[in-house]
Write a protein that binds this ligand. Structure first.
Ligand code: MN
Length: 141
């Protein structure tokens, strides 16, 4: 049986503000965050694009993107770390490139919200692979 693979629209398409906002799935971050799917695809090599709005102190689990990820910070103060690297603070206007299959996480600082737009291409039907939670030292409250 053929399964229809979701692709980017075949022609110019306007998606109106707020048309596809929802909660990010459970089990990928320390708490849910808002995610707006701006461009959706499961087709090899196509881009997916989302806008995320993250509450203070909410961070993702470790994960990778098979074709890498471009992240542009819209507001607030975020944190990002690749495995083995320092935790970096990122602010509105900063952008980050995570290389294909580079283990990393990102999220909001304990005292600031964090919003961003991210672009990640599809490989084998996926644009992200979720891994284990971050182990954080000490209690942050
Ligand atoms: Mn990522």
């Amino acid at each position: 049986m053929m399964t229809k693979v979701k692709t980017c629209p075949p022609e110019m398409t306007i998606r109106r503000n707020g048309a596809a906002i929802g909660r990010a799935p459970d089990g990928i971050s320390t708490a849910p965050f808002w995610a707006e799917i701006l461009l959706e695809s499961e087709h090899e090599g196509e881009n997916t694009v989302m806008r995320a709005m993250v509450d203070p102190d909410v961070i993702t689990h470790w994960h990778t993107h098979p074709r890498g990820q471009f992240l542009y910070v819209l507001s607030g103060v975020g944190l990002a770390q690749r495995d083995g690297g320092p935790v970096e603070e990122i602010r509105a206007g900063d952008c980050v490139w995570f290389a294909p299959d580079e283990r990393h996480w990102h999220g909001a600082t304990p005292t600031s919200t964090f919003s961003y737009v991210s672009i990640q291409a599809v490989h084998n039907g996926k644009s992200v692979h979720w891994l284990e939670p971050i182990e954080r030292e000490g209690a942050r409250s």
